[in-house]
Design a protein around this ligand. Structure first.
Ligand code: FPP
Length: 255
């Protein structure tokens, strides 16, 4: 159920609250459209990524009022290395700048940050910053923000399978005991619930290798809005739309 509450000290400010029992607990977002947003303004693609980074902060802050406990965002895919060297370097430097400028705020605002993806291809200095931010925010519980960097769903399943096979070879895991509950324990997302809602901005209706295993029963929302235009109001509207959906997980609606 969606409720709207007025701020007592400023009645013109209306907050959207979603009944946690019907709203999505975990929202995952494919933040697409930064390049087109910049190009439509005659600006370089990195200008769009910078505008997109500003949105991340606002969307994280909107989560508690919407009942969203977990937010997972796709910041850089295993395929994004194919972009120009300028764009890749610009994105890596944006991640660094984001961590440096936001660390204290994230810590003070109760945001727990985690990173998923394969870190081996990332620069050591960036990995160190990611580790430090995870440690700094490890006790926070208000919002769980997971940032996917050098992440690909197939790559994640392959890496998980390798570790699982190593455990079998070492005698720590009995192959006869492997079932649907086993593999998720080896995924990067092992500490997260599965996403309830996956949003992709910019009008593209693809999942692009994002959270393949975890999204088996997620609801999808593909919206036209480009990521830098994805305001907390647009976010609230999408979450509101989710609350009206009937999730049956392959079963039938209760009579
Ligand atoms: C896709 O848009 C976007 C990306 C590959 C990068 C996403 C990164 C950010 C939103 C910024 C930083 C994030 C953090 C966590 C600081 P696109 O470039 O493919 O857009 P296009 O399809 O219009 O070309």
């Amino acid at each position: 159920m969606i409720k709207r509450a007025r701020n007592k000290s400023d009645p013109s400010e209306v907050t959207t609250l979603v009944d946690a029992s019907s709203g999505p607990r975990h929202v995952a977002i494919i933040m697409d459209g930064n390049g087109r947003w910049a190009q439509s303004r005659g600006r370089p693609r990195l200008f769009g990524h910078h505008a997109g980074a500003k949105r991340v902060r606002e969307i994280v802050e909107a989560c508690p009022d919407l009942g969203v406990e977990y937010l997972t965002i796709f910041a850089f895919s295993t395929e994004n290395w194919k972009r120009t060297q300028t764009e890749v370097a610009g994105l890596m430097s944006l991640f660094r700048r984001y961590i440096t400028s936001q660390a204290r705020d994230l810590k003070d605002n109760g945001v727990r940050v985690r990173f998923i993806g394969d870190r081996v291809k990332l620069e050591a200095s960036l990995i160190k910053m990611m580790d430090d931010l995870e440690a700094l925010t490890a006790d926070n519980t208000r919002v769980h923000l997971t940032v996917a960097i050098n992440y690909g769903g197939r790559d994640e399943v392959a890496r998980a399978t390798k570790r699982l096979a190593q455990d079998v070879a070492a005698g720590k895991l009995d192959p006869d005991g492997i079932d649907e509950e086993t593999l998720p324990k080896y995924l990067d997302t092992c500490l997260l619930p599965d996403p309830d809602l996956v949003i992709r901005t910019s009008g593209e209706a693809r999942i692009s290798n994002f959270l393949l295993w975890q999204s088996a029963y997620a609801e999808y929302e593909f919206i036209e809005t480009l990521w830098p235009d994805f305001s907390p109001e647009v976010f609230a509207g999408v979450v509101e739309g989710y609350a009206g959906r009937d999730r049956r997980y392959g079963g039938v609606r209760n009579a």
